[in-house]
Design a protein around this ligand. Structure first.
Ligand code: PEP
Ligand code: MG
Length: 846
């Protein structure tokens, strides 16, 4: 009787069943059969067979039924290739008819037999005959005549008697499930979950163990882990005299599985069955190499396993589960690494809104920096600082942020802006600080003067009101939802250590402050790949000196202002070097246009005039004169280094003096000095000459020798194109993909947010190029720059330090073109380490 038909297959340990042809459930059942587990007899229908059924071509139903025991009721369940793609619900108790009802009434009592039959008629009516579910609303399930009422109701609505032949019932069930899968809404739903348009459905037809009757009978689900933490814990429920997943219904009188202080348990009620279940579950974990949720039935004390599905899990549980499976020797470490989606680590690195907590969403924007935080609304950086001084958490709300807001951002628990995209100032700084941030939240009305935020539904939130910013999904929530803490536990550390043994590209961090550098160390970055020095000048005491320098007329006056800044810069760098303990630190010389350091409003101008003892008109004129129509393409970066060379001289000296100071205490420091916004070879020659001169002067003055490495940031298209002539002056190139993307597309990184979603929606760009590296255009410049640079300087170290550096897709591209390291915000370092490990492992496997 048992056949090896590939499309209608009785599941044995050798039957031709595969996930790609019969679906995951059928394959899993075969694995359980191979383990000799008590699985009811099952037939698997292939995708092709189900497709034919949907088209009206029915298999020989009698032959199919002959594969199963004639006295059994049967159930049909879906078996798609990936369980996440869903499928029609299971239909149980096929084969129930008048005769079987009479027989079961004798065997198990009228009430249980009535419940079974009535339930089947109901489910057949709704899911197979597609009758109105309301027709059963008034039926009393406890009544002795419930079956007759249900049969009559069916006959009235369907205008034919309820089918009595098991073969007819089964045919109806198979046809309706096959057609449901091919319907448009089901297809769209599964495509949204990543299924291909032509994904197939398999069906499994299984003998039923009823879960009803004499002795201990019932059904339930069991798993060996906690789905939120991934820690070992037997969880699930069991309900006597029940079927399917009834035990999970709220209000059901279900038992705990393991002994529990909260109520009675299966362990107490049926200890032998509980022990058998635990043993089966442990075997499944070991042999299926996965934490499985088991659907089981107990029949007169005996356990049957109906199904096993992979346990759904949070990201933190996924990490712990994979690590435990590897530590228990069930899967290799490489496989554990491959099982974790790198971006999912974000969930562990930051606090999250508890997925179970209700969310009162008041607005949405671009998810610019992950994690969630709650605080009182403040509308200025000064208020944020005042709030922090009072020990109150606050959310800094701005139209957009600029360098003057940095201290406010440090003080805030989250940032929300009306404007900006994924590489806007707020987004970049927030990611660096690990601060939850939503930018471009233009669905909210930002009334900065009135100190109010108005939501689309008309609610108004004012200064001091409590909101929550969820930077993981771009939502702004009212109030204080429950949170889950970050989870940098031992499982996370083990996984990351394993990743480091596999990867073949370094990961550094973009870090500007001691706090950033400590985070970078904490996340085991291979050094600092980009220290943006301009952020060091915004402290109140430094800002005044900086402004004096900007207003100085003569080089001498500039020098004397810069001399005041020198010891502060030296201390900044010394501290960074100390924290990084000999790991490389790449310091970028001053980059932004000077006007960013000047006040923008009248009151600020007046204060500045007072501080510099200059007439207000003078100050206003000078500030106006420094204004530029297009500052991002103006007097910034190396252009400033050439025209106001005293700034770079001071910074180079601070770096070298810090090098000497920090080298005294530990490993010798070899600083890396990086020149921003280079577009011509001569720029590098000029800056290099001055930096070399400063180094020589410091060596002579101190009598101490030291090494340093000089390199350029390749962030203009011309620098990439002329890489061959620039490289001989350099130890390294670091591709600044933020500016390079801006300049390659001619797209403002601060304003592109306004139309980016329209562009992506209409398929003009496949993705926001500031978010996902444009490998075709910007990537080609990277490739050209790398090749041309190495042509003339084979030992050139290459890196990417733009925001793309941490994304798994960019790392793939970077490895392929021979980049030595990527550098990203400290909080993205673990994601990048894991992504790099996965790429290396996949290369080794292939
Ligand atoms: C870049 O342009 O890619 C970069 C890293 O520098 P910044 O973001 O500071 O301009
Ligand atoms: Mg740049």
């Amino acid at each position: 009787m048992q056949q090896e038909h590939p499309d209608i297959t009785f599941i044995t340990d050798t039957a031709p069943v595969a996930t790609a042809t019969h679906g995951g459930r059928a394959k899993c059942l075969q694995r359980l059969v191979r383990l000799d587990l008590p699985v009811p007899r099952t037939v698997a229908l292939s995708f092709d067979e189900v497709h034919r059924i949907a088209a009206g071509e029915m298999p020989d139903m009698d032959a199919l039924l002959a594969l199963l025991a004639s006295e059994s009721l049967i159930c049909v369940r879906p078996s798609s290739e990936d369980p996440d793609w869903g499928g029609p619900g299971a239909i149980l108790n096929i084969g129930m008819n008048d005769a079987r009802h009479a027989q079961l009434s004798l065997e198990m009592g009228a009430q249980a037999a009535n419940a079974l039959y009535a339930r089947f008629i109901q489910s057949y009516s709704v899911h197979v005959a597609r009758l109105d579910p309301d027709m059963f609303d008034d039926m009393d399930m406890e009544s002795d005549t419930v079956c007759q009422q249900a049969l009559d109701a069916y006959e009235d609505e369907a205008e034919e008697p309820f089918p009595q032949q098991p073969a007819d019932q089964l045919a109806g069930v198979l046809r309706s499930m096959a057609r449901a899968w091919e319907g448009t809404s089901a297809r769209l739903l599964r495509q949204a979950k990543g299924a291909p348009a032509d994904a197939g459905l398999g069906l499994v037809v299984q003998e039923m163990v009823l879960g009803l009757g004499h002795g201990e009978c019932g059904s339930g689900v069991l798993q060996l882990v906690n789905v939120t933490t991934g820690l070992p814990q037997i969880t699930g429920r069991y309900l006597s005299q029940s079927q399917g997943r009834d035990a999970l219904l709220t209000g059901a009188a279900s038992l705990f599985l393991e002994r529990d202080t909260r109520g009675p348990s299966l362990e107490e009620k049926a200890p032998a069955a509980f022990e058998a279940l635990k043993a089966h579950a442990a075997l499944m974990r070991e042999k299926l190499r996965e934490e499985m949720q088991i659907e089981f039935t107990i029949d007169n004390g005996e356990v049957h396993i109906l199904d096993g599905v992979r346990v759904q899990r949070s990201a933190r549980a996924a990490v712990r589960i994979a690590v435990r499976l590897a530590k228990d020797g069930i899967i290799p470490r490489q496989e554990a690494l491959l099982r974790i989606e790198p971006r999912a680590l974000n969930e562990l690195l930051h606090r999250q809104v508890d997925p179970e907590a209700p969310r009162d969403v008041i607005g949405t924007g671009i998810a610019a920096s992950p994690g969630a935080a709650t605080g009182k609304i403040v509308f200025s950086a000064a208020e944020a600082q005042a709030s922090a001084a009072r020990g109150e958490a606050c959310v800094l709300v701005r139209r957009e942020t600029n360098p003057e807001d940095i201290r406010g951002m440090h003080a805030a628990s989250a940032v929300l802006t009306e404007r900006g995209g994924i590489t806007s100032h707020a987004a970049v700084i927030a990611r660096g600080l690990g601060l939850p941030c939503v930018v471009g939240a233009s669905s909210l009305r930002f009334q900065m003067r009135k100190h109010a935020l108005t939501c689309p539904d008309g609610r108004v939130f004012r200064e001091g009101d409590m909101i929550t910013v969820d930077g993981s999904d771009g939502q702004i929530l009212a109030g204080e939802p429950a949170m889950l803490e970050a989870a940098l536990d031992d499982a996370f550390q083990s996984l990351m250590n394993w990743a480091d043994k596999e990867r073949d590209i370094d990961v550094r961090a973009n870090a500007d402050t001691p706090a950033d550098a400590k985070t970078a160390r904490n996340f085991k970055a291979n050094g600092i790949g980009l220290c943006r020095t301009e952020h060091m000048f915004f402290d109140a005491d430094r800002l005044t000196v900086m402004r004096e320098m900007i207003f100085a007329d003569a080089s001498e006056d500039r020098r004397s202002a810069l001399e005041q800044l020198l010891p502060m810069q030296r201390d900044d760098f010394t501290e960074l070097f100390r924290i990084m303990e000999g790991q490389p630190v790449c310091i970028r010389l001053f980059d932004p246009p000077l006007h960013e350091f000047l006040p923008t409003d009248r009151a600020g101008l007046r204060d500045l005039a007072e501080a510099l003892s200059l007439p207000l008109s003078d100050v206003t004129r000078r500030v106006d004169a420094l204004g530029e129509y297009n500052p991002m393409l103006g007097m910034r970066g190396v252009r400033l280094g050439i025209t106001v060379p005293e700034i770079y001289d001071m910074q180079a000296r601070a770096i070298f003096e810090a090098t000497i100071a920090a080298s005294h205490e530990g490993d010798p420091v070899v600083p890396e000095i990086m020149i921003p916004l280079v577009s011509a070879n001569r720029e590098v020659e000029l800056v290099k000459t001055r930096v070399d001169a400063v180094a020589a002067a410091v060596r002579t003055e101190t009598g101490v020798d030291f090494d340093y490495r000089l390199g350029v940031m390749v962030e203009t298209p011309r620098a990439a194109l002329r890489a061959e002539e620039i490289a001989p002056h350099c130890h390294f190139f670091s591709f600044g993909t933020n500016d390079l993307t801006q300049m390659t597309y001619g797209l403002s990184r601060d304003d592109a947010g306004r139309f980016m979603s329209a562009y992506v929606q209409q398929g003009v760009y496949p993705e926001d190029p500031f978010h996902t590296l444009d490998v075709e255009g910007v990537g080609e410049l990277l490739k050209l720059g790398a090749e041309r640079g190495r042509n003339s300087q084979p030992n050139l170290t290459l890196s990417v330090c733009g925001e793309h550096g941490g994304s798994p897709e960019s790392i793939d591209f970077c490895r392929k073109i021979g980049i030595n390291y990527v550098s990203c915000s400290p909080f993205r370092v673990p994601v990048a380490r894991l992504a790099a490990a996965q790429l290396a492992i996949r290369d080794k496997i292939e």
